[in-house]
Design a protein around this ligand. Sequence first.
Ligand SMILES: Nc1nc2c(ncn2[C@@H]2O[C@H](COP(=O)(O)OP(=O)(O)OP(=O)(O)O)[C@@H](O)[C@H]2O)c(=O)[nH]1
Ligand SMILES: [Mg+2]
Length: 331
Amino acid sequence: MTKRSVPAENFPFCTIEPSDGIVSVPDTRVDELGKLVGAAKLVHAAIEFKDIAGLVKNAHAGEGLGNQFLSHIREVDLILLVLRKFVNDDVVHVENRVNPAEDEEILMLELALADQRTINSAIPKYEKELKTNKDPHASIKITILKNLEATLNQSKPASLVLLDKNLDKDVHKWRRSLNLLTDKPILRLGNISNDVLNINHITDFEIDVLLEASLADLSKEERIELGVEGETGLDKLIQACYKKLNLATYLTAGEVEARAWTFSNGMTAPQCAGIIHSDFEKSFIKAEVIKYNDFIECGSRKTAIEKGLARTEGKDYLMKDGDVVEFKTNT
Ligand SMILES: Nc1nc2c(ncn2[C@@H]2O[C@H](COP(=O)(O)OP(=O)(O)OP(=O)(O)O)[C@@H](O)[C@H]2O)c(=O)[nH]1
Ligand SMILES: [Mg+2]
């Protein structure tokens, strides 16, 4: 679906080396704005996907290809589990059955076991530092690690271990740098086909991956002509990722470029300016914001301003999806 050819074969363990695919996030607002303002360039947001070797039961103990490939996803923002929901006896399943609920359990267990290992090797390290007095935070780190250990032992994700906000920011930074897999948001994609009958395990969304792979080069119009919904599997996937990560998009439009910028809901105008250039956060003065729909209806920034549809926002303004912005900074 990322239009990159990745290994996909009808035998287990076909993926060995991780594959990367970068996709441009389809957003017609960029194209429309670009047309209106005569932008020389259109810049869409992008998402990078990493496809790693499949995990089988007991991968942590070396089954299948083992679990060493998990190191490639330590720094991702979100983990997508692709769960088989289609029935096709010709396509091999390592467990010789179709059971997405059990597959999910196996995967989650392997992620937790990888985290346990990370934690188990960290504890003695900080116990040593405690003795040598090298790390002023060694004691609190050990407490947190033991907390994490106990949580994982109860089959709960590391994300449940929240830190006291008052703790030193170095401790918060260290906690994040553990890059635990069960700290990450998980999305479950059901790989379906039109013959799914009785598999009602709940996933966050469903895509017929085989069908989507065969339609990857078609336009929306061509899809509709074929009687398939216009929204592609990739569109659904991207929307699900944005929703799960609580991401939104603001836009900038000028003669140089029309561009989509991804931010997290709850970010203020100066923080969003900082995405464009880190200096802009500190030098932020104000933001001139026009709602995308207003901009398009008015046909230009000038008309939107004349009609009173441009708002001037200060440093506490929380940016909204679809804001078309011009930041004023003192740089
Ligand atoms: N949705 C759907 N996909 C199917 C169907 N039949 C075969 N597939 C294909 O099943 C294949 C699964 O193979 P892989 O992509 O190699 O699976 P994987 O989980 O990555 O496995 P490894 O890489 O071997 O670990 C994909 O190419 C799908 O296109 C079907 O009926 N429905
Ligand atoms: Mg694969």
